[in-house]
Design a binder for this molecule. Structure first.
Ligand code: PGA
Length: 257
């Protein structure tokens, strides 16, 4: 009942012209299957060229990597929800750990971004995850559910239906050391339980919870074999056609539950 979602987070990679070339190659390599939704998240500067390269009938969606919570104004260097919508984005990544760690984003900012995204018709992909130190001191679940609670505080059940959560342990991002399937499943279940307790078990049942952090063509099939893992947020491995296509195929071929 939850459509598998594979998101490619390009981070600060590819110019607009590189992006257009890449997308033309990628489109034909990715599966077209109603059971798998695929979303590309290039840098802001490449959104227009990616949209043009995809064409209007594309089966691939488009998202932004970040946004400001205000719709417009004196915020030099920032991008707003309406700007992303106007370029064809339907999703936006919010609260990525690189934003939190390198650019000082706090839970309160993430909350404002989630609210603003919803207001402007974008579906937030809310990233949460613990550091290695937090994991080793046994604080993973309270930490992660605390981030979820702070970001989604006060949202209605209907608003929650537009949200996707991405569990991305900080120690797994870009390190080549993914969480084991068991570690991911444990946290995904804790998040789902938290949503059920805070809202409704039907809301929790509809919520897509992705795993992110060193997802590769090698580990994707195992992660996606779990009913509690509804897809993947892919960084490094989404920058090459072969590896991203292999991950998307693993999603297409995942066992039906
Ligand atoms: P990675 O990044 O796949 O390169 O670990 C994932 C992410 O940061 O979303």
């Amino acid at each position: 009942m939850r459509t598998t979602l594979i998101v490619g987070n390009w981070k600060m990679n590819k110019t607009a012209s590189e992006a257009a070339r890449f997308v033309r190659e990628l489109t034909s390599a990715l599966p077209r299957d109603p059971a798998v939704e695929i979303v590309l998240v290039p840098p802001f500067t490449a959104l227009e060229s990616v949209r043009a390269a995809l064409g209007s009938a594309s089966h691939l969606g488009l998202g932004g990597q970040n946004m400001h919570w205000e719709a417009q104004g004196a915020f030099t260097g920032e991008i707003s929800g309406p700007m992303l919508r106007d370029l064809g984005c339907t999703y936006v990544i919010v609260g990525h750990s690189e934003r939190r760690a390198l650019f000082g984003e706090r839970d309160g900012d993430v909350h404002k971004k989630v609210r603003s995204a919803l207001l402007h018709g974008l579906r937030p992909i809310l990233c949460v995850g613990e550091s290695l130190e937090e994991r080793e001191s046994g604080r993973t679940e309270p930490l992660v559910t605390g981030q979820v609670a702070a970001a989604l505080n006060g949202l209605s059940q209907r608003e929650l239906d537009a949200i996707t959560i991405a569990y991305e342990p900080v120690w797994a991002i870009g390190t080549g050391r993914a969480a084991t399937t068991e570690q991911a499943v444990t946290v995904h279940r804790a998040i789902r339980k938290h949503i059920a307790a805070g809202w409704h078990h039907d809301t929790a049942g509809r919520m897509r919870i992705l795993y992110g952090g060193s997802v590769t063509p090698q580990n994707a099939a195992s992660l996606l074999s779990e009913p509690d893992i509804d897809g993947a947020l892919v960084g490094g491995a989404c920058l090459k056609t072969d590896s991203f296509a292999t991950i998307a195929l693993a999603a297409k071929n995942r066992p039906t539950h």
